[in-house]
Ligand binder design. Structure first.
Ligand code: FAD
Length: 271
């Protein structure tokens, strides 16, 4: 019988400092590990602990996986401070459900993110770019606290030039070099020309951002079941046994971590 708790060994091939508090860890698992954009894995730091993260790399890149991890508490701080290239971690997964990208064919896709929320969204965007002709147009709206706090700076520049992409990046506070927009991410959602009747919106970021972006999207005319939200709840087992990650009647680890707003809005204080 398959052991759902068995981690697969993965070697750290590279560590990229994305922002002052986010690092991307490039991992090479000893066995092939496939995932769908939006699914997550439990990353074990031997002797320290385990925490859930969503791969930020393309699901079509199968030999190495990338995880962009923000320093938040015990496990993430030690991953940042102690884990070195050449060492090993464990990977358990893929867990949860991926984004329903096949359901979005022919539609406009509005992707809104902030902070470390750009990690799962990078995996999503790379999957959408892979078959870009399946989608009518892609709108990307990313926010960060400052230019230094934006992950994937070089990639953002190349995405912006792609066909069928309309991208706006904003920061709460600019600096002398910043030429883009200044303002919180909700200020760059209007005026895109998107038709919410033939569109889906995907949101991932800090809880407060998710809340106000969702309210804005509803205001712009997006139907509740077309707004996809990443509910990154405190999680333990990752496989639907411990019930630590309940989102109302649902479990983020099994039924999510992505839920549409119609499922989440009925729960008191969902973010
Ligand atoms: C499905 C899923 C995917 C995720 N993907 C990513 C990712 O790609 N990159 C990334 O940086 N982070 C991601 N996270 C969040 C990440 O799992 C937490 O930051 C991590 O578990 C914190 O572990 P820690 O031991 O460092 O912090 P702890 O010492 O356990 O906690 C530090 C503080 O953070 C709070 N906390 C812990 N976990 C969470 C959580 N999941 N949500 C909100 N607050 C939390 C604790 O209550 C505490 O206040 C994801 C979470 C989930 C559930």
């Amino acid at each position: 019988m398959e052991n759902i708790y068995r981690p697969i060994k993965a070697k750290v091939e590279n560590i990229i400092q994305e922002t002052p508090n986010i690092k991307t860890f490039v991992l090479r698992p000893e066995e092939p590990m496939r995932f769908a954009a939006g699914q997550f894995m439990q990353v074990t730091y031997p002797g320290i602990g385990e925490a859930p993260f969503t791969p930020s790399s393309s699901m079509y890149q199968t030999e190495t996986l990338e995880f962009s991890i923000m320093k938040a508490g015990q496990v993430t701080s030690l991953l940042h401070e102690q884990l070195k290239v050449g060492e090993y971690v464990g990977l358990r997964g893929p867990l949860g459900k991926g984004y329903e990208i096949d359901k979005w064919h022919g539609k406009e896709v509005f992707v809104v993110g902030g902070g470390v929320g750009l990690a799962p969204l990078r995996a999503l965007l790379l999957a959408l770019f892979h078959n870009i002709n399946n989608y009518k147009k892609l709108y990307i709206r990313f926010g960060g606290r400052s230019p230094q706090d934006l992950s994937y700076k070089e990639q953002l520049k190349t995405w912006e030039k792609k066909d069928k992409i309309d991208m706006v990046v904003s920061v709460d506070r600019g600096d002398e070099k910043w030429k883009g927009k200044v303002g919180i991410v909700t200020t760059i959602l209007e005026g895109s020309g998107i038709d919410p009747k033939n569109a889906v919106a995907i949101v991932c970021g800090p809880p407060i951002m998710m809340k106000f972006v969702t309210l804005k999207l509803v205001d712009l005319g997006f139907a509740d079941n077309t707004i996809y939200l990443s509910m990154e709840k405190n999680m333990s087992c990752g496989v639907g046994k411990c019930f630590h990650c309940n989102v109302g009647p649902h479990l983020a680890c099994k039924d999510g971590p992505v839920f549409t707003w119609d499922k989440v809005k009925v729960i008191p204080d969902p973010f």
